[in-house]
Design a protein around this ligand. Structure first.
Ligand code: FES
Length: 115
């Protein structure tokens, strides 16, 4: 069970439980289930509207994650990651703090999501 805290300056923070490990539950799906207004449009990793910043809530090292080509392209286009940064994340097996909520699968870790 993971705790996901959604945070936005315009709304009260909301922490929800996520059943991690289904390999299908995206962050955007979780947000929608809990009526958290994360912006979105295509829901297919192409428009970049669902950009979020994801960090650890307890300073624990986050789980590594390899971004898909599609997500890498959008994050680069948005100016959030450079090619070098993406390559370094892969080498170090580290997750990106910038993610597309519609592409991020919730895992068994407690995270803070700024949207
Ligand atoms: Fe378009 Fe996520 S909703 S990239």
């Amino acid at each position: 069970m993971a705790l996901v805290t959604f945070s936005n300056p315009e709304y009260k923070d909301k922490t929800v439980y996520a059943v991690a490990g289904s390999h299908t539950e995206t962050l955007l799906k979780l947000a929608k289930e809990h009526k958290i207004p994360v912006h979105h449009d295509c829901q297919d990793g192409e428009c970049g509207n669902c950009l979020v910043r994801v960090t650890s809530v307890d300073n624990k090292a986050r789980m590594g994650y390899h971004l898909t080509e599609k997500e890498q392209t959008v994050l680069r286009h948005l100016g959030k990651l450079t090619k070098d940064q993406i390559d370094q994340l892969a080498v170090d097996d580290m997750p990106s703090e910038w993610r597309l909520a519609c592409q991020m699968i919730v895992r068994d870790e407690d995270i803070l999501v700024e949207y």
